[in-house]
Design a binder for this molecule. Structure first.
Ligand SMILES: Cc1cc2nc3c(=O)[nH]c(=O)nc-3n(C[C@H](O)[C@H](O)[C@H](O)COP(=O)(O)OP(=O)(O)OC[C@H]3O[C@@H](n4cnc5c(N)ncnc54)[C@H](O)[C@@H]3O)c2cc1C
Length: 497
């Protein structure tokens, strides 16, 4: 690693935690001397486009005002922005899709590198290799790859950024069939905090490649990715089944055994929630605790019923909205559940198995949740099924932890008024604590809010893996230039701070 650029001073931001007092040292600078050679947009508070650019999915961070948002159009712009930040001794925030629940993408007073203008994507129809820039969103990646009949295994909501997702792991409807997004990552182009451009892969900086696949937000600035995509669709089967509480418990009592006998082309995510107004759902059930099962089947359409035989033997849904669809329709079903512009908090982990007991607990927690503040969903506990190809991958193959990950467990609250923050956030935190005895202890960094420095090391699954991640952070970003994330140095140095 080169040592160009001066040593970085530890800025006032380096240890700023969510909710900590804001400082104005950087804001007063206004970055008026930002390099004129930069070709993309440079937005300061009050500029046209600034308000639109600073919007994030989570409105709970909606009042933060970055001091400067820069929107590079190519890698050289990214290098310019990074070198400038080093000269000024300031840390850098990065926005790709703006879907991180902690709102680290647009922090108050920060200098933000916003990738929303870097959207080139190329799919090789022969090999299925997809190369895409860091501003690409999941829906855009699906549309481009589906033109040639491919899909990259990734997440389930169209507006999530590929970059933030892939750097943390990446799971979704195709995980059981093809593994995590990091398992399909062939190489990644980065700009280091020294402003150096690198290609990172199994053959080039393999140690960094190990770390970037799971702890990537902490290590370098990703500018583009190359993934191996797989043949999927375009015709698949997808939709939602609705189960009463009793049938939900019956289904969850046997679903592990049933899915073990079902093809990996079948993916199911159970969602316990106060029922939203869904087409086909009797009005008197809206607002009562129910279980939805989001089903996606990517095998031959005519084999769907056979694939569901074992699952259907367990319980009878009260509504069945599963139909043939395109892959793009299937992979945007999740868009309905967590729209942009509401206030959010989340937490979770992995479950090695599910059970009637866990389903009953989830139903009770949802029943005790604060009532929704709009006609849409309020609080939910989701269990997307993992296992399969995801568990074929070696736990030590990369920083992303998967040990025991038969199911993801994700507890999410969404609401609309800041006066209700404590009520909804406490519900999430208490629910995660209540489910802890059923969870594995490790977890998935991307689908939970930051639970602090004590919690972070355990997410990565073992002290050895954590140590390796800390060493990589000390090598590639010793001064914590990349501090707006679930921060490795803050956790590693927690006893010294
Ligand atoms: C509605 C919703 C649905 C989701 N569904 C899924 C899902 O199905 N599967 C799944 O795996 N995850 C899912 N996630 C979680 C998602 O993977 C993470 O929130 C991820 O961080 C989002 O990436 P982003 O680029 O949109 O985030 P941003 O908010 O832009 O960034 C999040 C973090 O990543 C860092 N970062 C972003 N871009 C870069 C970059 N180019 N280089 C270095 N660091 C970068 C930022 O510094 C920040 O710390 C979902 C999130 C939401 C809000």
């Amino acid at each position: 690693m080169s040592s160009s650029g001066g040593p970085l001073a530890r800025t006032t931001y380096m240890h700023q935690e969510e909710g900590a007092a804001l400082t104005s040292d950087v804001t007063t600078l206004k970055f008026e001397d930002f390099p004129p050679a930069f070709k993309g947009a440079v937005l300061r508070p009050g500029d046209d486009g600034y308000s639109q650019a600073r919007q994030l999915w989570n409105m709970r961070r909606g009042d933060d005002s970055p001091a400067l948002i820069v929107q590079p159009i190519d890698v050289l712009d990214v290098v310019d922005a990074v070198k400038y930040a080093r000269q000024q001794s300031i840390s850098i925030a990065i926005r790709s899709g703006g879907h991180g629940v902690d709102g680290h993408a647009m922090p108050h007073d920060a200098l933000v590198i916003d990738f929303s203008r870097m959207k080139n994507i190329h799919v090789d129809p022969e090999t299925g290799r997809a190369t895409l820039e860091a501003g690409i969103l999941l829906g855009e990646m699906d549309s481009a790859t589906q033109e040639f009949g491919y899909a990259v295994p990734a997440g389930v909501v169209s507006e999530t950024g590929v970059a933030g997702l892939a750097l943390g792991g990446g799971i979704g409807h195709l995980s059981r069939r093809f593994g995590a997004t990091v398992d399909s990552m062939l190489s990644i182009e980065v700009v280091t905090v020294e402003g150096e451009q690198l290609t990172v892969s199994a053959d080039s900086h393999p140690d960094l490649f190990w770390g970037i696949r799971g702890a990537g937000h902490n290590l370098a600035i990703a500018t583009s990715f190359t993934f191996q995509a797989y043949k999927v669709g375009p015709q698949v089967v997808s939709g939602v089944l609705v189960y009463s509480p009793g049938e939900a418990i019956a289904l969850c009592s046997g679903i592990d055994a049933a899915m073990a006998k079902s093809p990996r082309d079948l993916s199911i995510a159970t969602v316990f929630t106060q029922a939203p107004p869904l087409p086909g759902l009797p009005e008197e059930l809206v607002g009562t605790p129910l279980m939805l099962a989001i089903v996606v089947y990517v095998g031959p359409v005519e084999d769907y019923e056979a694939a569901m035989t074992e699952v259907n033997a367990l319980a009878t849904p009260m509504a069945d909205m599963v139909r043939p669809s395109t892959w793009c329709e299937a992979n945007s079903l999740g868009d309905l559940f967590q729209p942009s512009g509401r206030r959010y908090h989340s937490g979770g982990g992995y479950a090695a198995a599910t059970s009637g007991e866990l389903a009953e607990l989830a139903l009770n927690l949802v029943a005790a949740a604060p009532p929704p503040t709009s006609p849409a969903t309020g609080c939910l506990i989701g269990f997307p099924m993992l296992g399969g190809a995801l568990l074929d991958g070696d736990e030590d193959s990369c920083a992303f932890s998967r040990r025991g990950a038969a199911w993801l467990c994700e507890t999410v609250a969404m609401w609309d008024n800041d006066g209700a923050d404590d009520e909804f956030m406490n519900w999430v935190d208490d629910s995660v604590d209540a489910m802890a005895p059923y969870l594995t202890g490790n977890g998935y960094i991307n689908l939970t809010a930051d639970r602090g420095a004590e919690w972070l090391p355990g997410v990565y699954g073992s002290p050895e893996k954590w140590q390796r991640i800390v060493e990589l952070k000390r090598t590639w970003d010793p001064d914590n230039v990349l501090s707006y994330n679930k921060n490795v140095l803050r956790a590693a140095d927690r006893d010294r701070l």
